[in-house]
Design a protein around this ligand. Structure first.
Ligand code: RM4
Ligand code: MN
Length: 393
């Protein structure tokens, strides 16, 4: 395939300019696997420093102006002050992620726990997260439940669905007019026999029951090997029930590696469905978030690389010749249709993205710009004392 003509480039550039990718506060902190989290130098010690790092990613990429928080890891006394701090650095606070998976009380589940007292505690946390959203101005409450069982017979599968539905209902009813509940699913882990929200169908059914402010979030690492994620994307978009993504990359399970690392073609196929549904613009309401852990690679460059990987997959998806594809599909031209996708996928979009960055007044190479900026040397020196933030704080 030849390089795109001027008008195609214009259309693509405009779409890429409008694209927004949200980074996650916890990705700037120490995180990794359940076996070992390797601490790194210069890691933030509190939410203020995490936001400062997120602001650097935005300054260098121009497309990552929001940062998601995780409660209680990012608990502060004054959320309005945290929001002000973010604004001063040129970013805003994004989705609020609830955490009902790290308390001893949740051994047998949080909102689906057989003990009503534990369920109350978990729901109260979800409601507290909505209070926080009121103060941060966040639109989305993202819910991921580790709830499930390890052994057949351990608990009543159906009763747990009732408890889940009740908790979601109470939380949903607390949402403001412009707030949304994004329900995440995950196949397994930490529960190994049943998981209460294991797949998109379960999440979709609960969201449907709740109402229009409830939508499904797809964490790309939360599926069985071989799952066709773009099918799920297409289905949920058609149903108006796709709220967003937690992007990351997996080889085996919930690896939480950099998006586009294991399978950039899959990321392209996902973005093709997004483009096809005209759901790329922020107005479409799909939140494109990163949910990753950077255990062995330097964190800020890894997050910059992840943002660039999403941009590259998006640019390729925008390059698909929609007319040629539709014509091939209509006439049953199987190979022609496939070629329309592959031609776009095989195009090197990096020069186009470099040019776009230059047009935005950015360095065409954000990774090199970060290395040259001296930011890492500064945080390494400044953040020498104190307690580094991690999964527990
Ligand atoms: C979970 C899930 C959530 C994220 C936490 C850190 O596996 O993916 O989205 O908030 O990890
Ligand atoms: Mn996630």
């Amino acid at each position: 395939m030849t390089q795109p003509d001027a008008s195609t480039r214009d259309r693509i550039t405009q779409a890429l300019r409008a694209q927004r990718i949200e980074t996650a506060s916890w990705a700037y902190a120490n995180s990794g696997t359940r076996f070992k989290v390797f601490p790194q130098e210069g890691v933030p010690r509190d939410p203020y420093e995490k936001i400062a790092d997120a602001a650097v990613v935005h300054r260098l990429t121009g497309v990552a102006p929001t940062v998601a928080l995780h409660i209680p890891w990012d608990r502060v006394d004054d959320y309005a002050d945290l929001a002000r701090h973010a604004a001063e650095l040129g970013v805003t606070l994004g989705a609020i992620n609830a955490n009902v998976f790290q308390d001893n009380d949740y051994k047998l589940g949080s909102v689906t726990n057989p003990d009503p007292g534990v369920r109350r505690k978990a729901i109260d946390h979800l409601l507290e997260c909505v209070d926080i959203m009121d103060r941060t101005g966040s639109r989305d409450l993202k819910l991921w439940f580790s709830d499930g069982t390890n052994y057949p017979g351990q608990d009543d599968i159906r009763a747990r669905q009732d408890r889940l539905a009740n908790a979601l209902r109470e939380t949903y009813d607390r949402l403001g007019d412009d707030q949304r509940l994004l329900l995440e699913y995950k196949l397994f882990e930490p529960a190994f026999y049943t998981t209460d929200v294991p797949d998109w169908g379960t999440a979709y059914a609960h969201c449907l029951e709740l109402g229009p402010k409830a939508q499904v979030v797809i964490d790309t690492g939360h599926h069985a090997p071989g799952t066709n994620i773009e099918f799920i994307v297409a289905f949920l978009l058609r149903a108006g029930k796709l709220g967003g993504f937690d992007f990351n990359s997996r080889f085996y399970a919930d690896d939480d590696l950099m998006v586009g690392a294991a399978d950039p073609f899959q990321l392209f196929r996902i973005m093709h469905e997004i483009v096809r549904a005209d759901a790329l613009t922020p107005a479409a309401g799909i939140a494109f978030m990163l949910d990753q852990c950077h255990n062995i690679e330097p964190k800020i460059p890894a997050i910059i690389r992840s943002v660039m990987n999403v941009q590259e997959a998006t640019a390729k998806a925008l390059l698909v010749d929609a007319g040629a594809l539709a014509a091939a599909q209509r006439t049953g031209d199987v190979l022609g249709a496939n070629a329309a996708l592959m031609d776009a996928y095989h195009t090197d979009v990096r020069p186009m993205l470099a040019e776009l960055r230059a047009d935005l007044g950015l360095d065409p190479d954000p990774i090199a710009a970060y290395a040259r900026s001296g930011y890492f040397e500064t945080i390494r020196a400044e953040r020498a004392g104190g307690q580094q933030a991690g999964w527990g704080a």
